[in-house]
Each structure stands twice: as C-alpha cells, then as structure tokens.
Design a protein around this ligand. Structure first.
Ligand code: HDD
Length: 698
C-alpha cells in the first residue's frame, strides 16, 4: 500500500471529520478539554503514534485514560426494575395528617417537597422495550426536611408472594429462562407459570397482571400504590396503619394487547419518550396522593390480614383520603447520573412513619440497601447527588469507605466523646425527641418459621378482582391468560393453573380452558375455601379516565393535495381538548396542500404508525390516496387504528384506503370533510362496541 504524501506535521492537523473547525484550540481554561486530572488536551482526534503510520505508543496517557474510562462506563443494572424512566418534581400536602403522624412532610400543608420519581418495568433488562405485559414500578424519593422518604411502590396494590424469602424464586422464574436466555421482558413462558401454578398465593396478583393495568397507555396514566402496609406515628407515638396511593390526574388508561405488542416494534421507548416529551412541552403529569387509614381495631375487624401483601383493601371498605399531590415538572439532565444511579430504599422513612410486620416488607428492608452495594459499588452511594438527603443535612460518625467524597475535619469520629470540653468540635448527637423511633409493637411470641394461618386464603381476593371487572375487562383478562398459557409448552403446568383458576371463578376457568382447547381439570384443593366479597367497581379501569383528549395524541395522515382547512380544523379541535397533534406524511419533508402551501410533517408514515396515537384522521387527496393504496404502511395505519378501537376521521377521498384496510362504518369512523366537530366525542375514548367485530376474545 502506498504511503500518503505530505509531512507528518501536516497530517497531524487533519481531523477525521476534515476541516477541524469543530475542534479548535480553546484557550479559555473554563472551556478547555482536559484529562480527568486537569491536564489540557491538545489533540482529541489522533492517538500518539510511532510515526505517521506506526503503532500507538503505550506512553499515550490521553488515549489510555479516555479508553479506560469508557471501558468501565457501565454498572450492573438493577436485578429487577432495570428499565426505568424518571423525572424531578414536587410533592405538596393539601390536608394535614397531624392527628396521625409527626412526619412534617405529612403535616405541613402547602409546603413543597422536592421529589424524584422513577417508573419501571420489572422483568426486562435495561435495554428492553417499554410496553411488555408487566407490573410497573412507581418509586418516589421525597427529599423531606427530616431525611429522604422513599415510597417504593408499584402500579398494582398487591404482590405475587407473601414472604420475602420467595422473592429470588419469583424473579428467577419470571426472568429469561436460565439455560436459554429468553424470553426477554415476558411472563409468557414455562418457568413463570410453573411457579404461579405451584404458588396459589400469587393468584390474586396474576389477576391484576393479566388485566389491562399491566399494559398502560402512558406512565402519566398509571396509579401507584405503596403495596405494603405501613404505620403512621403521631406525637404520642400512637400508631395508625396506612396504605399509600397515587392517582393520575389524567385518569387510568391502558393499551390493548395487540397494540402494546405493535408499539414495542414501532417505538421501544414509547413510555420514556411520552414522559420526556410531555414534561419538555410543559404538560406536567400530576398525581393525587391518598391514604387509607386504619386503627388496630379496624384492621382486626377486616376479614383478611392487612400484613398480607397479596390482599387489597377495597376503597369501598376503607375510603381513600386525598391529602396531597405530586407534579413532575423537570426532566433529568443526565440519565446515568440521575435515573440510573438513583437508589430507592424502603428503609428511607422519616420520623412519624414506620414499617409494619408484613413479612414481605421486612425482607425488603434488607434487600434494597444491600443491592446498591453491588450496583453502585460503595457504601457511600448516599453521597451521589441524586441520593443525597437534600432536604436536610446528613451528619453522623460513619467514615471513609470506597469513593468517600466528604472531607470530615476534626477528631470526632466516635461517640460518646468529650472533645467539646476542650473546645474541639464534638460531632452530631442523637435526638430522642425528634429522631426516628420505631413503634413499640409488643412481640413475645415463640420463634417460628411458618406462615400465619391468617394468610391462608389465596382465592377470595382474586375472585373479588375478577368479578368486579366490567365484561370487556373480564374478556381481556381471560384472553391474556390464554395468550400466556399458549406460550407454556409444559402441559402439566397449564393444567395446574386451570385447576387453580376454578377456585377463582368457574366461568373464567371455562373461558381459559376453551381458549386453550383443553379439558377443564379437577379443581385444586384450596387451603381455605374462598368467600364471595362485596364487589368493588373501583378496581375497574374502564370508567376511570375522563372522556378527554388531554395528555393524548392525535395523528393526522396527509398527502400532497390534501385540504389544509380540514387539517387545521382537526388540529384546532384536538388541541383545544388538550391533545398533542402530529402530522404524518409519506415523506418527512411534508406535503404540498391543495392551496399550494407546504405543510411540514412531524414524521414519516413508516416511522409513525397509528399505534402511537389515540385517534387518527386521514386527510388525503384523490391522487394521494391512490398512491397510498400501494403502501402497506398506509393500509396498516388505517387497519390498526380500526382494530385498536380508535376514532378515525376521514375525508371522502380516503374512502378507498379505508375499504382496502377493512375499516367498516361505525360511530367512531367519522367523515370530517364537512367539519371536524363530530370527530371529538369518539376521539376521546375507545370504540369498545367495535371490539367483537375485530377480535376473538376468550
Ligand atoms: Fe422491589 C427494586 C417495588 C418487593 C428487592 N422494587 C424495586 C423497584 C421498585 C420495587 C419500584 C425499583 C426502584 C427503582 O426505581 O430503583 N418491590 C417493589 C414492590 C414490592 C417489592 C412494590 C412489593 C411490595 N423487592 C421486593 C422484595 C424484594 C425486592 C420482596 C427482596 C426481598 N426491589 C428489590 C431489589 C431492587 C428492587 C433487588 C432492585 C434494584 C433496587 O432494589 O434498588 O433490592
């Protein structure tokens, strides 16, 4: 190979991007590129070589430092909840709970407490998609004046297991199978359902996980629950049991399974993008904060044990009191430093809040602190900016350790000490009055390794949940179980699950068996016969979101020659109702409208399918439509909107495309050529009555 011509000096000035104008020397020390140790770098484009075409020299510490740091950029992902998205914001108390607690965050009305909230899926890895069927984590770090309060909850108020000792088994079963490394981010496989079938206590949670709650439309539209029972402690150290709730202002809303699967392909970051974009646009998501409060006597009177995390306290039994709100109004500046390095610990509770004896919670009190050591690598992880107790100083006599960033002056690293008597700094001291105190729960029982008999009823709450659902939701739930079990290759596992389902509801078991084309097996013997509880309509999703386009998205598909007036009318109408409107065109540059003006597109058709919208409008010209008839992306656009039960507004010219996509006329398919008004009502909700025409449900 011929050597390039030119001198070594000339060659060294040529940056890979040519020209080198982006890489100018910077003499201002504040802007100058340096090594990690502050040595200014003269050339960030070329390594130091033994001659122009010679080998790179070991001496090149600039290169070595840069590459070595890069090699170590990744840290272990969370063992669960690895994929997450987060935002900053604030919590504001609207009603004081001073009667029940001395925690200032719950007594000082109107005071804003800074928060950092991370949402997550549970089973998938950090790089998995946003829309699998899964529980969503809902972890809130409140930087209170009395230390961080981490409310580490989920979007489902119950859990799969009753005792933390089963958590590693549950997670091993649901994650990708140990020998083959798949499936990723999916519960539809042998080992998960094997575990479920053998653990009837998981049945109630399975009802929730198979419901549409596990395929949310947006992180802005999920509920949050503390799940475990906690205690509030007032000034007199009197205790009240408490369950914590978050309620989305936009209402609770889900996708359809077919839609969720297709979104995963269309936009793997669907939820992350949605949260980010909404906040960036100033459309701040908000949740109400609520509590269910119970005295010991009220808890004792319930027909189930509130220390059992597989049980829900229906709000018809104990109402939810809304006492605050949370607003997320700022995106993280740096995903790694904030979202990834955030560490949530159920042990982070300020004075006035305490744990309960719930055996699931008790195990969590160890696990979260412990896991940070392997994930963040140091006992000093609380010094990372995102984890610092920002609302108040932290001060104690713990010292040193890996990555210690504090410089503690003086000799006071032990206590008691009398250094102050000699005029030296003596260090912080305990505060018996204002400090954290545990509830004086009388114990005094014999040490045992067993499950309380009050935890033995595994089916009454599962039955309550299933039977409380609307017919549409019941059909979705049954179909979800059919789908998941259809992916289970071990027949005996399917049979065992069916046998358990008979204890929940015979109708449900029959539907699932029929969906699998399997015989119904004999009912499994429950530890305790389930009871029929009073149904709880509050457990439904349908009806829990207001008929509005607020927080939702409308996609308008346009072609060259389209009528701009119709586009404007749709945009005006949808935006006035709170929607974000996006123009979708065959080419990203946009289209030339009928009147000759250019309409810019927000996205190209193949990259902006109708799955990512809540309602769509097809504003086409005759010629444009004829072109689209040859494009499967356009046909899919209309077909998917139809089968996902969305409103479709159209101009007469779009009729051939609708016909080719199999779109039939119904109340949600609206001609908007003469005015967009009729489009609004159907666009605000799904067309549920269409579903039997487009989908065979169990
Ligand atoms: Fe957990 C993370 C929620 C039971 C052990 N959990 C984690 C996160 C959420 C929850 C939201 C992600 C926090 C974040 O965004 O960083 N976990 C729950 C809920 C549970 C629950 C609502 C039941 C009431 N978890 C649970 C048990 C154990 C764990 C019983 C262990 C005995 N969870 C962990 C963990 C994680 C975690 C391994 C992984 C990353 C982390 O803690 O920081 O320690």
């Amino acid at each position: 190979m011929a050597k390039p011509k030119g001198t070594a000096a000339a060659a060294s000035k040529v940056a890979p991007g040519q020209g080198g104008e982006l890489h100018q020397t910077e003499s201002d020390p504040r802007k100058r590129l340096t090594t990690n140790h502050g040595v200014p770098v003269s050339d960030d484009q070329n390594s130091l070589k033994g001659g122009r075409r010679g080998p790179t020299l070991l001496e090149d510490f600039v290169l070595r430092e840069k590459i070595q740091h890069f090699d170590h950029e990744r840290i272990p992902e969370r063992i669960v909840h690895a994929r997450g998205s987060a935002a900053h914001g604030y919590f504001e108390l609207t009603e004081s709970l001073a009667r029940y607690t001395r925690a200032k965050v719950l007594t000082e009305v109107g005071v804003k407490t800074e928060v950092f909230t991370r949402f997550s899926t549970v089973a998938g890895g950090a790089g998995s998609v946003d829309t699998p069927r899964d529980v969503r984590g809902f972890a809130v770090k409140l930087y209170t004046k009395e230390g961080n309060w981490d409310l580490v909850g989920n979007n489902i108020p119950v859990f799969f297991i009753q005792d933390a000792i089963k958590f590693p088994d549950l997670i091993h079963a649901v994650k990708m199978e140990a020998d083959r490394g798949f499936p990723q981010a999916a519960s539809a496989h042998d080992t998960f359902w094997d575990f479920v079938g053998l653990m009837p206590e998981s049945t109630h949670m399975i009802m929730w996980a198979m419901s549409d709650r596990a395929i949310p439309r947006s992180l802005r539209m999920i509920e949050g629950f503390g799940v475990n029972t906690f205690r509030l402690l007032n000034d007199k150290d009197e205790a009240t049991f408490v369950k914590f709730h978050w309620r989305p202002k936009l209402g609770l809303q889900s996708t359809l399974w077919d839609e969720a699967v297709k979104i995963a392909g269309a936009d793997p970051d669907f939820h992350r993008r949605d949260l980010h974009d909404a906040i960036a646009a100033g459309d701040f998501p908000e949740w109400e904060f609520g509590v269910q409060l119970l005295s010991q006597a009220e808890a004792d009177a319930l027909p189930f044990d509130i220390l059992d995390a597989t049980k829900v306290i229906p709000e018809e039994m104990v109402p939810i009191r809304i006492v605050g709100r949370m607003v997320l109004d700022r995106n993280p500046d740096n995903f790694f430093a904030e979202t990834e390095q955030s560490a949530f610990l159920p042990t982070n509770i300020p004075p006035g809040i305490d744990v309960s004896e719930d055996p699931l919670l008790q195990g969590r009190l160890f696990s979260y602190q412990d896991t940070q050591l392997s994930r963040l690598g140091s006992v000093n992880f609380h010094q990372l900016p995102i984890n610092q107790a920002k609302g108040c100083p932290f001060q104690n006599l713990q010292r040193d350790g890996h990555m210690q960033t504090q410089v503690f002056a003086g000799r006071a690293n032990y206590e008691p000490n009398s250094l102050a008597e000699a005029g030296e700094e003596g260090g912080p001291r305990e505060d018996p009055k204002g400090g954290f105190r545990s509830f004086a729960q009388p114990l005094g029982e014999t040490k045992v390794r067993l499950r309380s008999e009050t935890f033995a009823d595994h089916y009454s709450h599962a039955r309550l949940f299933y039977r409380s659902q609307s017919p549409i939701e019941q059909a979705h739930l049954a179909s979800a179980i059919v789908f998941e079990l259809s992916k289970v290759s071990l027949e005996h596992v399917r049979i065992r699950v069916l046998a358990n389902l008979r204890n929940v509801d015979e109708g449900l078991a029959k539907r699932v068996a029929a969906g699998l084309a399997m015989d119904l097996p004999a009912k499994s013997a429950p530890a305790v016969e389930p009871e029929d509880m009073k149904l709880s309509p509050a457990l439904r999703i349908i009806g829990k979101y207001p008929p509005t386009l607020k927080g939702r998205a409308v996609g308008v598909l346009v072609t060259d020659g389209a009528d701009g007036k119709v586009v404007d009318a749709v945009r005006k109408l949808a935006e006035a109702d709170g929607a974000m409107v996006k123009i979708v065109a065959p080419k990203v540059g946009g289209v030339t409208l009928k009147d000759g003006t250019l309409l810019k597109a927000d996205g190209q058709l193949a990259g902006m399918p109708s799955m990512i919208f809540d309602a769509v409008a097809l504003v086409l010209s005759k010629e444009g439509c004829a072109q689209l008839l040859k494009d499967s992306a356009a046909i899919d656009f209309a077909m998917n909107a139809f089968v996902h039960l969305k409103a479709i507004g159209f101009t007469a010219e779009a009729r051939p495309l609708l016909a080719k996509a199999g779109v039939e006329d119904d109340a949600g398919v609206v001609d908007i050529g003469g005015g967009a008004k009729g489009f609004l009502e159907p666009a605000r909700t799904r067309q549920w009555e269409r579903e039997p025409k487009v989908r065979m449900l169990a």
